[in-house]
Design a protein around this ligand. Structure first.
Ligand code: FMN
Length: 171
């Protein structure tokens, strides 16, 4: 499928079929897409927790809406590894690196027929506590993945996009 077609086809899944597991081979491909994603200076500060045990899924569902996903990828970054910008005090690339990794995995999943949901509606301090993350590992976002139920459909927001004129300006 052409990339733009794939990008338009993807929508946020909020109705996962938990009874249909993701094949190991497909999960490996999704994780591989994250591995090869670009990161600042190629420092690769990402740390991804594959949440799939009942206990860990339950914990995740208590921290945010995971919509019955059979797997939730918790994408974190290591503050000891992130790129720090000498031209801007206080900046580090962790959130952007994590977004880059998530985006690669999200589209690989879509290409494999697996739906996904980008999740940031959680409190990162509570997530770090619940999963007992080391101090240097910061939760950035989650990507819930799985097959959709028969009832699945995109929300109205999926097609509600601004025009290029609204968001692009030539200089
Ligand atoms: C940074 C970011 C955070 C998001 N957090 C959540 C979230 O916590 N829960 C949720 O249901 N959707 C979340 N979304 C999904 C957006 O709401 C969704 O992508 C947007 O409304 C467009 O809909 P579509 O993905 O179906 O095209 C998030 C998306 C992004 C990029």
């Amino acid at each position: 499928m052409e990339f733009l077609e794939l990008a338009k086809k993807r929508y946020s899944e909020r109705s996962f079929d938990k009874s249909r597991p993701i094949e190991e081979e497909k999960l490996s491909k999704i994780l591989e897409a994250g591995r090869v994603a670009p990161t600042a200076c190629n420092f690769q500060p990402q740390k991804i927790y594959v949440i799939k045990s009942e206990d860990a899924l339950w914990k995740a569902a208590k921290l945010t809406h995971t919509y019955n996903a059979p797997i939730v990828l918790l994408i974190c970054y290591d503050t000891n590894v992130v790129w720090k910008n000498a031209r801007e005090e206080g900046y580090n690339s962790g959130e952007q690196d994590a977004s880059s990794v998530l985006t690669s995995m999200m589209y690989e999943a879509e290409d494999l027929g697996i739906h996904s949901l980008w999740i940031r509606g959680f409190n990162s301090k509570l997530v770090a506590e619940a999963f007992e993350l080391p101090e240097n590992i910061k939760p950035a976002m989650m990507l819930a993945i799985g097959y959709p139920t028969a009832e699945s459909q995109p929300s109205p927001r999926h097609t509600d996009r601004k025009s290029l004129e609204d968001t692009i300006e030539e200089m």
